[in-house]
Design a protein around this ligand. Sequence first.
Ligand code: ATP
Ligand code: MG
Length: 680
Amino acid sequence: MMMQPEVLVPEHTQPATLDNLLQETRTFPPPAQFAAQANATAVLYDQAASDREGFWADQARTHVTWKTPFSTTLDWSDAPVAKWFADGTLNAAYNAVDRHVLAGNGDRVAFFFEGEPGDTRTITYNDLQRETSRAANALAALGVTRGDRVVIYLPLIPEAVIAMLACARVGAIHSVVFGGFSAEALRSRIADAQATVVITADGGFRRGSASALKPAVDEALSGHGSSVEHVLVVRRTGQDTTMVEHRDLWWHDALADANTAHEPAWVDAEHPLFILYTSGTTGAPKGIVHTTGGYLTQTAFTHHHVFDLKPEQDVYWCTADIGWVTGHSYVVYGPLVNGATQVLYEGTPDTPHQGRWWEIVEKYGVSILYTAPTAIRTFMKWGEDIPSSYNLSSLRVLGSVGESINPEAWMWYRRVIGGDQAPIVDTWWQTETGAIMISPLPGVTAAKPGSAQIPLPGIRADVVNDFGEPVGPGAGGYLVLSEPWPAMLRGIWGDRQRFVDTYWSRFSGIYFAGDGAKRDDDGDIWLLGRVDDVMNISGHRLSTMEIESALVSHPDVAEAAVVGASDDTTGQAVVAFVILRGHATERIGEQGHEEVVAALRAHVAKEIGPIAKPRDILVVPELPKTRSGKIMRRLLRDVAEHRVVGDATTLADSSVMDLISAKLAMPGSRAPSTTKERSR
Ligand code: ATP
Ligand code: MG
């Protein structure tokens, strides 16, 4: 047997798991008036701490209506696949719609729909019950039954929500594929889920014109061996559409013949509700499986407390597409289970003008807005004059999700959109977690710009080092979830081993989220980006987030992405890609970036120290992002290391990488230096 030499590193020379660079000291306690009326009080933390499972059982009874009450709370015997409330039965669509009608709230508006061309529809809970029942009967007539998979490939129109709820009504498992994905992406998801029905539309409106969807479905189903038997087609744009005989059916025809009453299929709490593929920021998307009882409990609980929803008064707007998890949990299930009135907007923020969102906020009196940092930074880039010319005084809670929000973007969001009043909730969670896990509570927590702060009541999260030990105050490490939670994923569709390997192997028996984080001296958690993106500069392990935040804190910068590129001297070197704000671009012009680059390098050195100073800074017109708006740093790493750009199938706009490459080839701009020609 070969002996492995054992290398013992004395404790004090072990490198930090992640360096802590940025200090942020501003804090904003909730206004007294807000705290006085808030749904959530600090008592929740105590209740959850004294009896965690009992706490969740209470939430499940408070927020969800059960057909058969449950008697068991958590069963962890088949770990890492949890069972919550396993002997209870219920229906998700009944909870989202019917029970509000039965409670006498059928006339309440569920959705104010705003199409991109300006068409509008007002949909009450009564309407939603009638339409989901008809759609459920139409699906049943096509033979769809419990456990069957239905792929939904639609624009952000009311039929998307109705289709999801109709699946839930009959006990079928929906898998929503973002309407902007290609035929190939659609084909692979249909095949993985073995779906028998696809629900799509002729097309949708995007950036002022109608773009077709149905041809992508036809392409995805072409060739032999597709599992799909029927395609339901919503007429949205009215464009010419080829229908395949015996397979394709217009949605309006199928619904016209369908009964408006439908008895929901009562399912076990652990019956799968949906499969959703992750955003694909770090690699190939994973088919995440969520079930019914625990998922509804935690989405409704978090939606009620984190957004302080008052269903009779609030107008709530989550800007996410239903093609990603935020749309599932915080457009469809959480808000509808809570009986909310929502805005649903089909199009882009700049069609027909850059004030469209703020016009919508003013028009409907939106009081709760939930969006992504990428959108906030875009509005910063366009300039605050635009939102400032609308009346945004109805806004009382602001949310952020998807990426870390840079402190400067947070401050801008608070001041320009929130009128310096509205609490901001920075919500950390994942497709896998199903619901918000780490977030301030708006009437309780003194908010810190850029921090998701503390695990919600009933959630156990920690920041650990390479050995799985909790890090101390001021230190960085890996974010883990140390106890099962109700909305947790129940696996990766059809692949238990991949589930175990991906999430439960890094630290035995503990869920590893893939994100880096640090704790501050108060114990608050700050997300630092993906651990895959961590850079090793002369032995210092630096996260992307803090250097990006330092760059964004410069008045000329709207967005920044930072990657590590190999370097002969330092192992890796920091390479930054920045988008300038509108006023800076005007001042500097297309050429002459040298000056701003020098200023930015000095700025980073001043804000967080010379170690973090980027070796190269490239001014670019756009950054590569996923469909859900997250920066895909791995593609930039390929550019920075002069490699062929890797898998870009989940990229929102495939021309972006060409734009960046073209930019690098332009006279006057500089490609990232190779280590040989580097100047310091
Ligand atoms: P894939 O796993 O396929 O690479 P993805 O991780 O982008 O895709 P999602 O589940 O949509 O897919 O995103 C979850 C991730 O988004 C988190 O792991 C985290 O990196 C990031 N994230 C979400 N909310 C926040 C937040 N408030 N602060 C910081 N990061 C966040
Ligand atoms: Mg992920």
